[in-house]
Design a protein around this ligand. Structure first.
Ligand code: ATP
Ligand code: MG
Length: 432
């Protein structure tokens, strides 16, 4: 792999009227960025253009000799899918039927008991100089090749198809010398830390290892941190040294060092320990149970839950005393703990997690503003709880609650049944 591929500019062209009308968000560019991240290339330009040949041509004209250009969308068989033809025309690379692609498409339709669609005529056309890459999800192959000095990659617009093709495409680009070896990359997946707090926590280390490439991004569960040593000034030992220091300061905030989700981690821990879990959800009304059962195999630990949105259900199903609800309120330490304990007893699980909060926009008071949320975890030997003050709108507050509840269970599993899963400096938490 020649070194000179490092630093080559990547340009992305996302084609689709829907992307410009606010109907669809351009997530494909993001997927492309992730797939090539760490390969020592840099995305220099993303252009979003309508399904119009003149606009696609103008976008292609904005790329330069030596660029690696990804084009997403317009490889289908409907009349508005024009990418293949426009690129062939722009590069003066005549289209010709590729018999192998044709055979694959026919086989695909036959398997599904259908007659070959007329779309196969167009989808088996390949511009001279490009190679097809089989689509593992849909019909249209990706097309890869060097035309007019650019390494061009044409990908279908359907996100699942694009995602399925990116892996073989990246391998092919690597084999063709258009993408360098991925540089060593480390990942920390964190939960229950506000991004700003995390940046502060890492500030010293970041300053000392500024020759490494640092990136941060928000996820459904919290914030991911990625560290790579693509820069030529980083010594081979720098990454390992920074890793040790980061492990120390991040501590309990890290739920995984690889690309797995928080519920996947909790499921793994639960199954390893042969423990069971139930949920008592007020403000999230089932969202926590939903996410805990995203993965196949979740029945091995998740038993069920009580969706106690109304106070009557908290009383009837979880045994919360009316006096407690009247005097302390539904959003209180007492109620959250009683919900967790009641749920654990009623469903008969090793652990139960309960949440009760005010997601907004209404319902807040001076003492309990919008975002006030109690999370409680009952274990075989204790019950722990903590008050959060989430800072966002209804939707985000609910997502933060889901992540906090699931992560608190993770922390109990890692830290021990008799230890509180929270520390004094946890983000969004009030002092206990
Ligand atoms: P098809 O065979 O479905 O026509 P195609 O390759 O022609 O596939 P498009 O028609 O451009 O792709 O897009 C198909 C669907 O994929 C669109 O309806 C849109 O919802 C989605 N899509 C297209 N481009 C993007 C993008 N950049 N980000 C996210 N979704 C996209
Ligand atoms: Mg289409």
């Amino acid at each position: 792999m020649p070194d000179n591929a490092a630093g080559i500019p990547v340009k992305i062209i996302a084609v689709g009227d829907e992307l410009l009308e606010g109907r669809t968000a351009d997530t494909n560019s993001q997927r492309i960025q992730r797939a090539i991240g760490g390969h020592g290339v840099q995305v220099a330009l993303i252009q979003v253009v309508p399904d119009r040949p003149s606009d696609i041509v103008r976008a292609l004209d904005r790329t330069e000799d030596g660029d690696l250009v990804f084009v997403s969308g317009g490889l289908g068989s409907t009349p508005d899918d024009l990418t293949r033809e426009v690129v062939a025309d722009w590069a003066q690379a005549p289209l010709a039927e590729d018999p192998a692609v044709r055979a694959q498409l026919e086989q695909r339709w036959k398997k599904r008991g259908l007659k070959t669609s007329s779309g196969a005529d167009r989808q088996s056309q390949v511009p001279r100089g490009m190679k097809p890459v089989t689509n593992p999800v849909g019909s249209a192959p990706a097309l890869v090749g060097r035309l007019r000095g650019r390494m061009l990659v044409l990908l279908p617009g359907v996100p699942q198809e694009l995602e399925g093709l990116l892996k073989p495409v990246v391998l092919m680009l690597h084999d063709m010398g258009a993408l360098p070896q991925p540089s060593p990359t480390l990942l920390w997946r964190t939960a229950q830390a506000a991004e700003l707090n995390l940046v502060k926590t890492c500030a010293d280390i970041r300053a000392r290892y500024s020759n490494l490439d640092w990136s941060w991004w928000l996820t459904d569960w919290g914030v991911d941190i990625r560290l790579a040593s693509r820069s030529t000034t980083a010594g081979p030992g720098d990454l390992a040294a920074a890793e040790k220091e980061l492990d120390l300061v991040l501590g309990r905030l890290v739920y995984s060092r690889r690309m797995e989700s928080l519920p996947q981690v909790v499921q793994r821990l639960m199954l390893d320990r042969r423990r069971t879990l139930s949920v008592a959800e007020s403000c999230t009304a089932g969202l926590i149970g939903g996410r805990l059962t995203d993965q196949p195999g979740s029945s091995g630990f998740f038993r069920g839950g009580i969706l106690a949105y109304a106070d009557e259900i908290k009383k009837e199903q979880l045994g919360i005393p009316a006096a407690m609800l009247r005097e302390k309120g539904a959003v209180s330490r007492e109620t959250a703990e009683a919900m967790a304990t009641g749920c654990r007893g009623k469903i008969g699980t090793d652990y139960a997690v309960a949440v009760s909060g005010i997601s907004g926009p209404d319902g807040g008071t001076q003492a309990k503003p919008v975002g006030t949320t109690w999370v409680a975890v009952a274990t075989p030997v204790a019950v722990f709880s903590r008050q959060y003050r989430f800072p966002a709108d209804r939707q985000r507050n609910r997502l933060l609650t889901v992540a906090a509840a699931i992560d608190s269970v993770r922390r109990v599993l890692e830290g021990g049944d008799d230890k509180s899963p929270w520390a004094a400096d946890d983000s969004w938490c009030l002092p206990s």
